[in-house]
Design a protein around this ligand. Structure first.
Ligand code: AMP
Ligand code: ZN
Length: 462
């Protein structure tokens, strides 16, 4: 079994599933008002490695990524403009439920495309907040009945003062109420948060016992995770920015209403930074996968770059770092593509090393180091190397199995090109290189040899 760092305890713990050989995972999903930036996507590559590690260990995984298609307030501090409203204005869409749906449809699809392009296994459920309104309202009602909610002019709020241990995830420091400014809306404590947001002038929103409005952002996750995975479920993940507010609020609501933990393990990925600063949409400067492709990089080179850092350390993005990652990734592909595919068996010593890395809180940089060590080991048969690396790739997800062996036609073309190069007929050799490229084969020339590497579709479409 593998071990994971649990933000709840602050310790790395052995993972014990609630139900035998199964594991339920919930990953906080995007607000679908814009394209995901490359920082957001780290959260889902991390979740994918977690899933693949569990599956590699023989567990049956059920994964949920929610789609926030309504009222997610602009900052984690529950203030500012609504992100979806911002999106509507940007796209010139009407401020109506139909407009919201159009916006959500577009960016939900873009998000799902990004996951595929990064070779992230498709989660089993992508619930939308608007599909669970009934249950979201019921949860708020339950909190009201149990005395955890109070009403203000603009919504129903959760009373954090009613909980002894509010904020225990990540160890929030106690609030000094005498110094903290109580929110202008009349909240009892600045940490109280909205459960149901009432819409101004009853314009945009959904009917509820309190009037037209929207579920609070936190209530969505509490509701959908319970509905799809049960409560408690096994593992809840998200970026570290979600620890102080969003996840503490999910815990507060879910535990206050049902007197049982929400999830047993909470895992958080660190940020992708740009020049040391967190990449954030609100800050204006961010890159998407489209930018990566437009600059001629393979999206899987970005996946490789992410795997070079442990998920709990920040990773600084630069085009130079991506280029270095792409070169290493290409070398890896090239190595695997030139290995014979028959009769290989997994090398158990290397597998043990690989497992130690990946099952020790998903240490992907160490796992990649094991791959490179294996590649350089002259005592291992090439067919065994290939088989072992393809086995590891079930976890790494670098699509190495899709590498094809060159057909007789390709081998013949390469031979012809080698002869042309030997004769210094560079026009002919360039012609053959282009022909190979059209057939999805790249060449790497060194002084004394030429190697072929297979170009995956994503690279080919750049
Ligand atoms: P959001 O759409 O803002 O809720 O973000 C979706 C996911 O991306 C959440 O798990 C965030 O914690 C995460 N996230 C946001 N910014 C970054 C970043 N710069 N690096 C890594 N993860 C991030
Ligand atoms: Zn969430």
């Amino acid at each position: 079994m593998f071990s994971v760092h649990n933000t709840l305890s602050g310790k790395t713990e052995e993972f014990k599933p609630i139900r035998g050989g199964e594991v339920g995972m919930y990953h906080c999903g995007p607000t679908v008002y814009d394209y995901a930036h490359i920082g957001n996507l780290r959260s889902y590559v991390f979740a994918d490695i977690l899933r693949r590690t569990a599956e590699y260990g023989g567990l049956k995984v059920r994964q949920v990524v929610n789609i926030t298609d309504i009222g997610h307030l602009s900052s984690d501090a529950d203030s500012g403009d609504d992100k979806m409203v911002k999106g509507l204005k940007r796209e010139g869409l009407p401020l109506s439920l139909e407009g919201l749906k159009q916006l959500a449809d577009k960016y939900e699809q873009a998000f799902k495309d990004d996951l595929k392009i990064l070779n992230i296994e498709t989660p089993h459920h992508f619930p939308r907040a608007t599909e669970y309104l009934k249950q979201e309202i019921e949860l708020v009602q339950k909190l009201e009945e149990k005395g955890y909610a109070y009403k203000l002019d603009d919504g129903i709020y959760f009373d954090t003062g009613k909980l002894q241990d509010y904020g225990r995830l990540g160890g929030l420091t106690p609030l000094d109420e005498s110094k903290a400014r109580v929110g202008s809306e009349g909240k009892k404590s600045p940490r109280d948060f909205v459960l149901w947001k009432l819409s101004r002038e009853d314009r945009l929103g959904f009917p509820s016992p309190w009037g037209m409005g929207f579920p609070g952002w936190h209530i969505e996750c509490s509701t959908m995770s319970r509905e799809l995975l049960g409560q408690p479920f096994d593992i809840h993940t998200g970026g570290i920015d979600h620890i102080p507010v969003h996840h503490n609020n999910e815990i507060a609501q879910s535990e206050a209403s049902y007197d049982t933990p929400l999830a047993n393990y909470w895992m958080h990925n660190e940020f992708v930074t740009l020049s040391g600063e967190k990449i954030a949409k609100s800050a204006g400067s961010f890159f998407t996968l489209k930018d990566i492709k437009e600059k001629g990089f393979s999206p899987l080179a970005y996946r490789y770059l992410l795997l070079l850092s442990h998920y709990r350390t920040p990773t600084n993005f630069s085009w130079e770092a991506l280029e270095a990652a792409q070169n290493a990734y290409k070398r890896l592909r090239m190595n695997v593509s030139t290995m014979p595919s028959e009769d290989g068996s997994t090398n158990m010593n290397y597998k043990k090393e690989f497992l130690k890395a990946i099952e020790g809180d998903l240490n992907t940089p160490e796992a990649l180091a094991v791959v490179w060590k294996l590649l350089g080991d002259g005592d291992i048969r090439l067919a065994d190397k290939r088989q072992t690396i393809l086995d590891f790739d079930k976890v790494l997800g670098l699509n190495l199995h899709e590498i094809e062996l060159p057909s007789a036609e390709i081998v013949e073309l390469k031979k012809k090109r080698d002869i042309a190069r030997k004769n210094k007929d560079f026009a002919e050799s360039d012609k053959i290189r282009d022909e190979l490229f059209k057939k999805q084969w790249g060449v790497i020339d060194t002084e004394d040899m030429t190697a072929l590497y297979w170009i995956d579709n994503q690279e080919g479409s750049n």
